[in-house]
Design a protein around this ligand. Structure first.
Ligand code: SF4
Length: 368
């Protein structure tokens, strides 16, 4: 099982960095965790343009002039957990809704007709309403219509992930939210999610089940983002070693306004976010880096080609919201309101190809 040093220890290592360390990292082909600490430290802030240039160079070498596009499909906003920062938290009085399988399919086909080939199925944690049986049925309906189906749902056991993999799910996103145990305890007030170690072990269970890609991340705004970056890198390194056949991705969700009015516990500026993205690209040349519609149009346009490899587009975070944009009950309000064609055109204007499909579903092993 993955373990990591105490969060305060990670924070301490950030204080040892010098400008010489940063300059050396910028010309190194491979950097280790200590080197990464220098790139995440305050002294590296003076080198942000150089970090952006190096991150861009590596990203173009490894991924070319492409950006993958995907869209989330929210199935249910029911949740048994109380997470202080989330609009779906069980204590919040919002209209609750779970799509029937027919309704979820209809939402998926709206995205399909808009050109989306990769859908991320998202739910609150409500295993009774949206359990493995439900998801398996939905995925069997959708798998022939989409190039990729991934999930961001409640943590499952390995055999449950295996069932969904055989049905047609190829990727799992599960974010630790924060690697600071004490903050984790403060913000996860009730429900199964308050078990830090069970959640920490979830990416490994999904990888062991054969999932093609695992997405990890921290919710930025809960704890020191620099130390979160180090913990994420340690987690990624460990997962790569154990599950060398699996590919990995990192997301950078920054806290957005949501029901419950939770305020970020620490500020994370766009400049901070950029430093984190560039540093992790220099640390791992092949990891997918996701920038979602939580961020605004101006920022997402500015980051094209500098590190991120995948953008969400045209997102709605309320179940049923693609059929009925007036519906309430969203998880958070998005920052980039452009539709899929507008995001696509912005990529093309910068010389990048929007890619809706990164692999062929014929390669997928499925049950009959
Ligand atoms: S973060 Fe996830 S588990 Fe927590 S309240 Fe929101 S949907 Fe539920």
């Amino acid at each position: 099982m993955f373990t990591h040093p105490d969060f305060s220890e990670l924070q301490q290592t950030l204080g040892w960095a010098t400008e010489d360390d940063v300059r050396s990292d910028l010309i190194s082909e491979h950097i280790d965790i200590d080197d990464l600490a220098a790139l995440l430290s305050p002294v590296a802030e003076n080198y942000l343009p150089q970090m952006a240039a190096r991150s861009s160079q590596i990203t173009l070498q490894r991924f070319g002039h492409i950006t993958q596009l995907y869209a989330p499909l929210y199935i249910s906003n029911l949740c048994i957990n109380r997470c202080a920062y989330c609009g779906f938290s069980s204590g919040n009085k919002i209209p609750r809704r779970t799509l029937t399988i027919d309704e979820a399919e209809k939402e998926a086909m709206i995205l399909h007709d808009r050109g989306i080939q990769h859908i991320l199925l998202v739910t609150g944690e409500a295993p009774k309403a949206v359990g493995v049986d439900y998801l398996e049925k939905l995925v069997l309906r959708l798998r022939d219509k989409f190039a990729a189906l991934s999930i961001e749902i409640q943590p499952l056991e390995e055999n449950e992930y295996k069932r969904l993999f055989l049905a047609g799910i190829t990727a799992v996103a599960v974010y630790q939210e924060t690697y600071d145990r004490s903050i984790y305890k403060q913000v996860h007030l009730a429900g199964k999610k308050s078990d830090y170690d069970y959640r920490l072990d979830t990416p490994a269970r999904a990888a062991a089940a054969g999932m093609r890609e695992i997405g990890i991340g921290a919710l930025l705004g809960l704890a020191d983002w620099r130390a979160e970056g180090l913990a994420l890198a340690l987690h990624l390194k460990w997962l790569r070693k154990q599950y060398w056949r699996t590919s990995f991705a990192i997301s950078f969700p920054r806290l957005r306004p949501a029901a419950g009015e939770f305020q970020p516990m620490v500020p994370v500026s766009e400049k901070n976010l950029s430093q984190l993205i560039f540093a992790l690209r220099l640390f791992d040349h092949d990891v997918g880096l996701l920038l979602s519609t939580r961020e605004e149009e101006r920022y997402r346009n500015g980051m094209i080609g500098l590190g991120p490899t995948r953008y969400s587009a045209g997102s709605c975070t309320a179940p049923g919201g693609y059929s009925n944009p007036e519906l309430e009950g969203e998880q958070f309000s998005v920052g980039d309101h452009r539709n899929i064609s507008e995001v696509s055109n912005a990529l093309i204007a910068k010389g990048f190809d929007p890619v809706y499909k990164d692999w062929d579903k014929e390669f997928q092993v499925t049950s009959s």
